[in-house]
Ligand binder design. Sequence first.
Ligand SMILES: *Cc1c(COP(=O)(O)O)cnc(C)c1O
Length: 398
Amino acid sequence: MVSRMEKWQELEQRLYMQIFKRLPVTLVRGQGARVWDSGGKEYLDFVGGWAVNSLGHCHPAVVEALKEQAQTLIQASNQFYTIPQIQLAELLIDKSCLDRVFFCNSGAEANEGAIKLARRYGKLRLGGAHEIITTHNSFHGRTLAMVAATGQDKFQEPYIPLPEGFINVDYNDAEAIKVATTTRTCAVMVEPIQGEGGVNVPGDGYLKEIRTWCDEKGILLVLDEIQTGIGRTGTLFAYEQFGVEPDIMTLAKGLGSGVPIGALLAKEGASVFVPGEHGSTFGGNPLVCAASLATLKFIIDNDIPGKVMQVGQYFVDGLKKLKARFDFIAGVRGRGLLLALGFTSDIAEEVMLACLREGLLVNCVKPDALRFMPPLIITEKDIDEALDILGVIFSRRL
Ligand SMILES: *Cc1c(COP(=O)(O)O)cnc(C)c1O
């Protein structure tokens, strides 16, 4: 018998651009931290739509907001004022250190906006400075400019020549940023914790040192919080834990709990766009803003960041216990619910596939590291279940 799963996967291979290395699973339904495939198999989801489903799958607050807005007004264009967009703006500005916001549809697009804003600032305030310093192992998105910003050869090489004006230096090395700074520099853009690069937490003083340097030079600090923002690391924004404030910040992934939205935020002094210099057809439309407003309200009203801090610590403790039992585990890294388990050799893909068979979704972020980015609403019971599955898989390797 040909299962339905195989049919969809076979069709994909014929019709879809072959861009993704997909796992042989067709997901059809989700609820909370669980998803089900077309064969009815249940999985505990520690990928969470790629750090997107902050409230889990089909959270009632998000579903209700979408239902209500879908029968009210879905899209109106930015030629008009719409209410959910302004409500979401008000809440984000109230809860962050930034003063103004612009909504778009993805992370890459938010970062594009950040770079355009920094370049406008350079043109107006810094004598035409236009270069942006970014870091190796970073990830900022898939547009041509963001590929140039993303300091990883595998993303850049296929598309050379790349847009100019990006200098990639080592991460967690403030000195490298200082050395690369010239009169052409208008901004430094970094992730507070590198996500796609392998969950790399910088040293304590790194962001503070960059902040001080940017102030000294009068250049802008752009924080890409697309993965770290919206409670993921245990505070609403990761910058709060590092004792710095950015001039510009980008958000996306967790902001809409699944709907496609990105946000570009800036301090008043850096907010130099004038009408016509940037825009978006869909950006901040009533449907995605209603869902994002419901998400953000729920996260704030229920102190989800505080809970992330607690369950994240519980998860880290459990992972450390596994490390004590299995000598092929190199270490645990990350903050809140953005965590990675490092191995002493390249076994992460094999472990990830074993987890899949056992009903646990995890991400193989590096050949030697698994990444966990579950919904922010997971419980200690969910974590125990995931740890049990990992323990069983690791025992088989002994
Ligand atoms: C995912 C991600 C992006 C890109 O977001 P898209 O929505 O895929 O364009 C950019 N920066 C960081 C830090 C990310 O994690």
